[in-house]
Design a protein around this ligand. Sequence first.
Ligand SMILES: [Zn+2]
Length: 308
Amino acid sequence: MSTAYISHPDCHAHDTGKGHPESALRLSAIDDGFIFSGLWDFIRGVDAPEVTQTQLMRVHTAKHLATMDAAMPQQGYARLDPDTVVSPGTMKAAKRAAGAVVLAVDLLMSGEIDNAFCGVRPPGHHAESNRALGFCVYNNIAVGAAHALEEHGLKKIAILDFDVHQGNGTEDIFFGDDRVLYCSIFQHPFFPYTPPPENSERVVSIPLEATAKSAEFRSAVNDHWLPALERFQPEMIFISAGFDAHRDDDMSYVSLTDADFKWVTEQIVRMAGLSASGRIVSVLEGGYELQSLARCVETHMRVLMGLS
Ligand SMILES: [Zn+2]
């Protein structure tokens, strides 16, 4: 498999302040994991471009873009909400983060790569069309998915979200869009405290109790995600890859293991092979315990690369 790792040094420039869990150390840990494991030598690294206004406007309102531009401080820090800290480097990081997903789609559609992992920050799945939330400025995966639909004319795409938090932003953006199947598994009740969406043909949303472990997670995938994917037959699969449901990650109570993240990646690769010619764009969301994050991303990459 030809797998791209799309990122950019600018993604490290988003400074959230001392002690904030969503820090540039996350990307450094991922890079270090690739290097120490020896995987780095086999990874095709690609620099993310900046997203364009046109690409952002497919999923965000002009008001949101103007609000974000105005909110960025010249120095020091500003808060978009109690959790979402921004600084002078945030805007360029956010533009690279969304641009990475757009480039991944272009590289897949031109046949240059088989799949991609976007190692980017700030994360995106809480950002709604008109609001930033929960560490997220732009909804990176939604920007990429909209690019696949509008620029490349795909008719059916699936977004699979295994971050432990409900992806309220992605859901908000694609609500009612028949071209998008959105499948998620998340701890509930939990941040962002929005009511879980009603399930439908295009929304498969599976709340987990805080005590959930591997068995409940795997049942949710087997019983709900995989049948929905088989029915829908997506032409491309996007993954909101959050690793904060890991048992070592203090951000949630759900207790998944390295093996669960490997297993779910294998299931997704198999499903992508059935209807989507293997096309997968995976995008980093959460995951805040640096060691488990690095290990799980490395394994995720290995499965995407067909090495494991
Ligand atoms: Zn999360």
